[in-house]
Design a protein around this ligand. Structure first.
Ligand SMILES: *Cc1c(COP(=O)(O)O)cnc(C)c1O
Length: 224
């Protein structure tokens, strides 16, 4: 196994464990998604050999390619923007789409899932920075969202905090958790997943309830 990757992974694991114990959570309640958008195929192979099974890609094409190339027990997570004309192929390859950012995309995913006779597993992306240009639902759009899609399982919410001092991301993560709680009450169904936290800020995200952390550079920096 690649030594640099082993050292990086050990450090990430230690940080997750420390954040979990600080928050009184079990380590198993947090899933590590290794973000491979800048990692080589060799680095993905090393990560697989090290036991990782959840991998995140931000570009659909790279996700399709790697899903076809690597063993079928890898779970591919799409974490970047999905255009509607790429829905069908992505549904074939992705275990979970984190980045559902519009009702039109939800409609398209529902149609694709119906055609494939296999329900789609998704998260709703929320932008909490107040910048209109950011992708994702604004909190007020979420309140009027009604889960009418039989072929789509919405498992929870995803957000990206603006790059800041980690502690300054806490209100964003806290807000996503509260939005999730509200939505879950309103819809009368559990929304167990919170996808939040990246290399820079995942400890704070774990303390605020993240169930999926998306970590790229802390795992793959310096790994050929
Ligand atoms: C790149 C990316 C990450 C990982 O970022 P790192 O800072 O490298 O850990 C997480 N989430 C999304 C949506 C990304 O695009």
């Amino acid at each position: 196994m690649n030594e640099r990757l082993a050292a990086n992974l050990e450090a990430v694991e230690r940080r997750i464990i420390r954040a979990c114990s600080k928050a009184g959570r079990a380590r198993e309640s947090v899933r590590l998604v290794a973000v491979t958008k800048y990692a080589s195929d060799a680095a993905v192979t090393s990560a697989y050999a090290a036991g990782l099974r959840d991998f995140g890609e931000s570009r659909p094409q790279q996700l399709w390619r790697r899903a076809a190339q690597f063993p079928p027990d890898l779970r591919w997570h799409l974490i970047g923007h999905l255009q509607r004309n790429k829905v069908e192929k992505t549904l074939h390859s992705a275990a979970l789409i984190h980045s559902v950012d519009s009702v039109r995309l939800l409609d398209e995913i529902a149609r694709g899932a119906q055609r494939q006779r296999s329900p789609a597993d998704v998260l709703i992306e929320v932008h909490l920075s107040g910048e209109e240009a950011k992708s994702g639902f604004a909190p007020h759009e979420l309140t009027s969202l009604c889960p009418v899609w039989d072929s789509v399982n919405i498992h929870g919410l995803m957000t990206m905090a603006a790059l800041q001092v980690p502690e300054e991301c806490r209100p964003t993560f806290e807000r996503l958790r509260r939005l999730r709680d509200d939505l879950s009450t309103r819809w009368g169904r559990p929304l167990p997943e919170l996808s939040m936290g990246m290399s820079n800020d995942f400890e704070v995200a774990v303390e605020e309830g993240a169930t999926l952390v998306r970590i790229g550079s802390s795992i793959f920096d310096g790994v050929p």
